[in-house]
Design a protein around this ligand. Structure first.
Ligand SMILES: Nc1nc2c(c(=O)[nH]1)N[C@H]1C(S)=C(S)[C@@H](COP(=O)(O)O)O[C@H]1N2
Ligand SMILES: [Mo]
Length: 506
């Protein structure tokens, strides 16, 4: 055979090997997803966590402030790509072994094993990792068993083409199957926490129902305005996949500068007298008029009840740690008013919001409201939390804000503007609206206050609009008469501040 042809053949073989391995990598990732869904057992989950952690703080901040949720999507896409490459690498080892030994099925077995081992190293989840290895190996096995080999060169090129087609076909089928299975098992599917809505004691349940209907009644009837209990509650997570914890094996450790360390089980927490509280959360990284501010009715117990028996000694602060590796530090005094929630709006706490138990710290930025809580460490010395290490200052009280999310001309020709106002534990006493760029101000209509020390209010204001464009400005006034600061400030590093304004009409 002329050497040129052999050379071309090897090159095409090499390309075929690479393409087949890549397709096996895709199938492998899908296999992992089939079993793990969107949990940390999914191979792309820890990879996304790792990429988010190695990216410099400044880039993360840029992503949060400029890209918003799009930054998260980009990171997940990157993690998916890296995971495919990882499993393509282990598959390539299998292909090469198959070539060398001239036993492609043995190569498929090697790819299965190597894929499973690497996936387990990344995720520590054996079942999903085995599925990843098997799916990748299955592509190689399909390629090994299907195309007939031939001596003549043209047919050889043909065989290579058929190898690629077989790999493509099997990877496609496996990926679609993996995607469908993974979706079915994911949040909103057969999640364990969605079934137990009824497991609140009767007295708690009837109080929940009464409070929720009170909130519905107090919500202003303004089209397009989210009610007092959010229809959809925002989410902020440092990891691409949420921990998938079981309540029966969950424990909360109280450690550090305490008289005696203690461990609480889920049953311990559920045995304590349950309380219901409305608490509003707001993320320090959101934009001034952003959507990362929401309110819910939470069921749980005061954190004080868990700390008291351990009698904290000379402590300044606490670190809350979570199952996703997240941790935040803040003053012990703030924790003493805190709440441990296991229910949200009458349902078990959803996995996305910290199942089985999260912390709620009244009046503070969202980031110290640690989800999937596993440890409360009482400290004698301060230390930086996850976001503080990256330059943010989000452990303190929230900034007061009045947001403007609705501006609509009603059928009677009047203009109506509306939104939510929040001032943490300082409380919203009034909201003022200007329709002339801040020259004159009028009081907005407010929703009646919900019970609770840390709850937002809705505001609405209707007026006869001037002809053409005009500037609507809105500001909240706290319970004690303090007017929301006009000084505008970007989200990084202390959270957004300033008056929201919007050009309306014209
Ligand atoms: N374990 C854990 N807790 C966490 C976070 C996280 O990434 N991991 N994010 C924090 C941030 S920055 C905010 S704003 C709130 C958001 O809570 P939500 O996702 O329930 O809205 O959770 C906080 N608690
Ligand atoms: Mo946040």
């Amino acid at each position: 055979m002329p050497t040129r042809i052999t050379a071309a053949l090897t090159r095409s073989r090499r390309r075929t090997s690479l393409v087949v391995s890549l397709l096996a990598g895709v199938a492998g990732v899908a296999g992992s997803f089939a079993v793990a869904s969107f949990t940390p057992g999914f191979v792309a989950g820890p990879v996304a966590g790792a990429t988010a952690r190695v990216v410099p703080g400044a880039v993360v901040t840029f992503a949060i402030v400029v890209l918003g949720d799009f930054g998260d999507h980009l990171n997940l896409l990157l993690a998916l790509g890296l995971s495919v490459l990882l499993l393509a690498g282990t598959s390539l080892v299998g292909v090469v072994v198959g070539r060398w030994t001239d036993r492609p099925l043995a190569g498929a077995a090697v790819a299965t094993l190597a894929g499973a081992v690497v996936a387990v190293a990344v995720t520590a989840a054996p079942a999903a990792s085995l599925a990843a290895g098997l799916a990748a190996g299955a592509v190689l096995a399909a390629v090994a068993t299907w195309p007939a080999t031939s001596v003549d060169t043209d047919a050889d090129a043909d065989a290579d083409r058929r190898r690629v087609l077989t790999a493509f076909g099997s990877a496609l089928v496996l990926s679609l199957g993996g995607y469908v299975l993974g979706r079915a098992g994911g949040p909103g599917g057969t999640d364990r926490e969605t079934g137990g809505a009824a497991d609140l004691p009767e007295s708690t349940r009837s109080e929940v129902d009464a409070l929720l209907s009170d909130a519905a009644e107090k919500s202003l009837a303004v089209g397009g305005l989210e009610p007092l209990v959010s229809d959809s509650f925002y989410r902020v997570d440092v990891n691409a996949t949420d921990p998938d914890l079981a309540a029966d094996s969950w424990t909360l450790d109280v450690t550090g500068a305490v008289a005696a360390e203690r461990e609480y089980t889920y049953a311990d927490v559920r045995e304590m007298a349950a309380e219901n509280q409305f608490v509003t959360l707001r993320c320090v990284g959101e934009s001034l008029n952003g959507r990362k501010m929401d309110n819910a009715l939470w069921t749980g117990v005061p954190i004080r009840d868990l700390l008291d028996p351990t009698a904290p000694a000379d402590a300044c602060c606490v670190v809350l740690r979570a199952a996703d590796g997240y941790y935040e530090e803040f003053p012990l005094s703030a924790l003493e008013d805190g709440f441990l929630a296991y229910g949200m709006n009458g349902e078990p706490l959803p996995r996305a919001h910290g199942y089985p138990v999260r912390a709620l710290i009244p009046g503070h930025w969202g980031e110290i409201n640690v989800k999937w809580l596993t440890e409360i460490e009482v400290k004698e010395k301060e230390q930086e939390g996850y976001w503080e290490k990256r330059g943010w200052h989000g452990t303190g009280p929230v900034e007061t804000v009045a947001k403007l999310h609705v501006a609509e001309e009603r059928s009677d020709g009047r203009m109506e503007v509306a939104g939510h106002a929040y001032a943490g534990t300082r409380g919203v006493g009034r909201v003022e609206v200007s329709t002339d760029g801040g020259a004159t101000w009028a009081d907005a209509r407010l929703s009646d206050p919900l019970p609770g020390a840390d709850v937002w209010r809705q505001w609405a204001y209707a007026y006869d609009p001037p002809a053409g464009e005009h500037e609507v400005v809105v500001r909240a006034v706290e319970d004690d008469g303090t007017v929301q600061s006009r000084q505008s400030r970007p989200p990084y590093p202390n959270g957004p501040a300033g008056w929201v304004s919007r050009t309306v009409g014209g």
